[in-house]
Design a binder for this molecule. Structure first.
Ligand SMILES: *Cc1c(COP(=O)(O)O)cnc(C)c1O
Length: 403
């Protein structure tokens, strides 16, 4: 079959998939330019249309007119918005709080996890392929609590946990390869060894079902500006399983986590529930932008989201195989659905230059050193036609750069 015939077959197939896609109407809830193929929602999610008018109203009315009188409604927003995220990560109400960055929440979760362990548990196991911030934070948490860090491959990290392990910190989806790790299996194995597990959900929250309560996860943190579309630097979330909340000993016990913050007591008494994970005054504008951004999730079935995500990444891989000459790129994203998040990562020398050229052609993915091209498929708004065009442009760029 000629290349042109393959192109038109796959383009036609993409149009058929888009026409049959139940989630396709959600794209209209985003302010997206149809001429751009946006495959970077795993770094910064698209802008939901509801955000700008809601934020303008918050600024003009709640801040401008009502001023400090708005704190009555603002004060509980971290828990209220946390419950909305809870539905998306499988947490019943009262266990998720929004605020601070993922890095800060990982620090709180990890130190608290270690503080739950006995002194004989002197190691923290960390995913050897982790996003850097998790490793940096773990090293500091270890110094602070008198433990040491040991790196372990996520494939075997559950089995590596033993009688000396206080906590295990794992990325649910590897940011570089898009590999999905076995959250139920690793959690169960760590628990069997008597250790606590902290999951980093940055690349799974809003991309696939997580099932925090169902799988007995202890603690988790994740960001809201990727698949949850909260906006640049929108506050992160922290999950503390209900049974652990009364023993959650935060290393950052700011006044917002006090049982009676406005009592202004000199001594610290921790709040009950998810509020114990708070620190200082929440960044209300970002938090309420996130709140408005979450409206697009109302009624979204996470099983349907997952099916579309896998169909999109499968289809993109097929288009790449059909268009890009054999051997020019190598997928490092697992072929098995059970091991795949919502992105496809392709390796090729000179990937940085290739991505720059793709961006010039309005195909926006990103590059991660040393040689990884990342294409994120946010199932709420990505189209099969986007997958087809991205593969077609990639083939053209790769041919143009030779070798
Ligand atoms: C994006 C990302 C982060 C970001 O942390 P911030 O504190 O929000 O900058 C952390 N961990 C992982 C796995 C990520 O992908």
């Amino acid at each position: 079959m000629s290349d042109l015939a393959a192109v038109s077959d796959l383009a036609r197939e993409a149009a058929d998939h888009d026409a049959a896609d139940e989630l396709a109407p959600l794209r209209a809830a985003f302010d997206l330019d149809d001429g751009t193929v946006y495959l970077n929602g795993n770094s910064l999610g698209a802008l939901p249309r509801a955000v700008a008018p809601r934020l303008a109203e918050v600024v003009r009315h709640e801040w401008g007119r009502r001023l400090a009188r708005s704190w009555g409604a603002w004060w509980t927003a971290p828990e209220r918005v946390g419950d909305r995220i809870g539905r998306l990560v499988g947490a019943a109400p009262g266990q998720v709080v929004v605020g601070d960055s993922t890095s800060v929440n990982l620090f709180k979760a990890l130190v608290a996890a270690v503080r739950l362990a006995g002194p004989e548990r002197d190691e923290i196991l960390v995913d050897a392929a982790t996003f850097p911030t998790d490793g940096y934070i773990a090293a500091s948490a270890a110094r602070l609590t008198g433990r040491r860090v040991r790196a372990a491959e996520p494939g075997t990290i559950g089995r590596e946990a033993g009688p000396r392990t206080a906590a295990v910190l794992v990325n649910h989806v590897d940011y570089r390869t898009g590999r999905l790790h076995d959250l139920p299996g690793i959690t169960a194995a760590a628990h069997a060894a008597g250790a606590r597990v902290v999951w980093d959900l940055c690349h799974s929250a809003g991309a696939l079902p997580v099932g925090l309560d169902e799988h007995g996860v202890d603690l988790a943190a994740g960001c809201t500006y990727k698949y949850l579309n909260g906006g640049p630097g929108s506050p992160a979330f922290l999950y503390v399983r209900r049974e652990l909340q009364s023993r959650f000993d935060s290393p950052l016990p700011g006044w917002n986590s006090h049982a009676d913050p406005f009592g202004m007591e000199p001594g610290y008494r921790p709040a009950d529930g998810a509020a114990r994970g708070r620190v200082g005054t929440p960044d209300i504008l970002s938090l309420l932008a996130l709140d408005a951004a979450l409206d697009v999730w109302d009624g979204v079935d996470l099983a349907a989201l997952r099916s579309k995500s896998l169909a999109l990444t499968d289809f993109f891989l097929r288009c790449v195989a059909a268009y890009v000459p054999e051997g020019r790129v190598t997928s490092v994203t697992p072929a098995a659905h059970a091991e795949r998040g919502s992105q496809v990562s392709l390796r090729r020398p000179g990937a940085g230059e290739i991505m720059a050229e793709l961006v010039r052609r309005d195909v926006v993915g990103d590059f991660r050193p040393p040689d990884v091209l990342r294409f994120g498929f946010a199932p709420l708004y990505c189209r099969f036609a986007d997958a087809e065009r991205a593969a077609r442009e990639l083939a053209a760029v790769v041919r143009g750069t030779g070798a």
